[in-house]
Design a protein around this ligand. Structure first.
Ligand code: MG
Length: 376
């Protein structure tokens, strides 16, 4: 029986992870659940799964079933990330908050199933060496990184020549570039292939998400920036590919579903049914691959620049991106201003550092402040 702690249980990945655990009750037990703000869904999840421990980051009481211990606040949230009885901690919160969660879990000696890419983007240089030092596993949950991991036979350190990271191009891939200033949050949220949370869906439209995933792959697979190529693949059937020294290229294909990578992170090297329909390649028809048009996706260009520069740049990129995307979702700025704001904040004197979690927290705070000023 594998004991799982789910951090971010009410989000898209958290909900699917619960489904995965429910499919195999003889294999998985959810021992801890944590969420940011709670609500009716969280209480329902607690009733159905009866974890030993439940935590809410917000200071708020919730109704818990008998046998579940409950605590709220920042330290309770951290306790869930480091929950003593868990074998694996699934980190499924979005944004900068994932970094602290990952560091807490690893510090407590837990293997981490990582769905939060920002923790690697911002603090991969802290997360990866900590896992290495402690002999702990980082299990990729992001679909592309799971695909790469599968192509590498579940060996993150296996040699390769190149990683070919695929991208759908997002909801706005066919909108004429000159019309992008007029698109609404609703347009940008209508992703053609994947159902995900709002922040990541906007990041798919701008391809900031793919820029993040380049950095994520650099950390997970020890890849240089020059060893990663991004291809727009409209069908989202090939979830990524790896090219090897002899010229062979392995691709991982499946219908788009996050349940496969979530489940595989928990069961690998074993593969079990996860309810996916068989892949019908005849119905899928032709598969297409294109280069990224950097004019259409300025956020992608900025992210690659940050990947090259390193240091505090990825942290500033992420902070400015979080603020700008939330302003766009609230109708405060135009879609095209997301990239403008990120670019301005990257060009500003932010200061701060990247050498520790505390230094990154300070950099993140300053960059957010700068981005908010820019929005007005
Ligand atoms: Mg992904």
């Amino acid at each position: 029986m594998k004991k799982i702690a789910i951090i971010g249980s009410t989000g898209s990945i958290g909900r699917q992870a619960i489904e995965v655990c429910r499919r195999y009750p003889e294999r998985f037990e959810i021992v801890a659940m944590a969420a940011n703000t709670g609500g009716a869904l969280f209480e329902e999840q607690l009733r159905q799964n009866k974890p030993r421990f439940a935590a809410l980051r917000a200071e708020r009481e919730v109704c818990v079933p008998q046998g579940t211990r409950f605590a709220c606040g920042e330290s309770a949230f951290e306790e869930a990330c480091a929950f003593a009885e868990a074998d694996v901690v699934l980190i499924a919160v979005t944004g900068f908050a994932g970094l602290k969660a990952a560091l807490s879990a690893l510090s407590a000696g837990k293997d981490v199933a990582l769905a939060n890419k920002e923790s690697l983007v911002v603090g991969g240089h802290l997360v990866m060496p900590l896992a290495e030092r402690k002999g702990l596993r980082i299990l990729p949950v992001d679909s592309e990184h799971s695909a790469i991991w599968q192509c590498l036979h579940f060996d993150r350190k296996a040699p390769f020549r190149k990683i070919l990271l695929t991208a759908s191009g997002g909801a706005l891939r066919d909108v004429p570039i000159e019309k992008l200033g007029e698109v609404t949050a609703k347009d940008a949220l209508a992703h053609p292939n994947w159902k995900m949370g709002p922040k990541i869906t906007i990041d798919c439209a701008t391809m900031l998400n793919k820029g993040f995933e380049v950095m994520e792959a650099m950390h997970l697979y020890g890849a240089a920036l020059s060893e990663i190529e991004v291809l727009v693949h409209r069908e989202s059937i090939v979830h990524s590919m790896v090219e090897f020294a002899d010229g062979a290229v392995l691709a991982q294909m499946a219908a788009p579903s996050m349940e496969l990578p979530i489940q595989l992170a928990l069961t690998y090297p074993e593969r079990l049914d996860c309810g996916l329909p068989p892949l019908d390649l005849i119905r899928a028809g032709a598969l297409h691959f294109e280069r990224v048009d950097e004019k259409r996706y300025p956020c992608f260009r900025l992210a690659l620049l940050c990947a090259k520069k390193g240091g505090t740049y990825p942290c500033i990129l992420n902070a400015a991106g979080e603020v700008a995307v939330s302003a766009f979702l609230n109708g405060q700025i135009k879609y095209t201003q997301i990239a403008d704001i990120i670019e301005d904040v990257l060009a500003a004197e932010i200061g701060g550092g990247a050498e520790s979690y505390g230094a990154l927290e300070e950099t993140d705070r300053r960059a957010r402040e700068k981005a908010r000023l820019r929005i007005g």
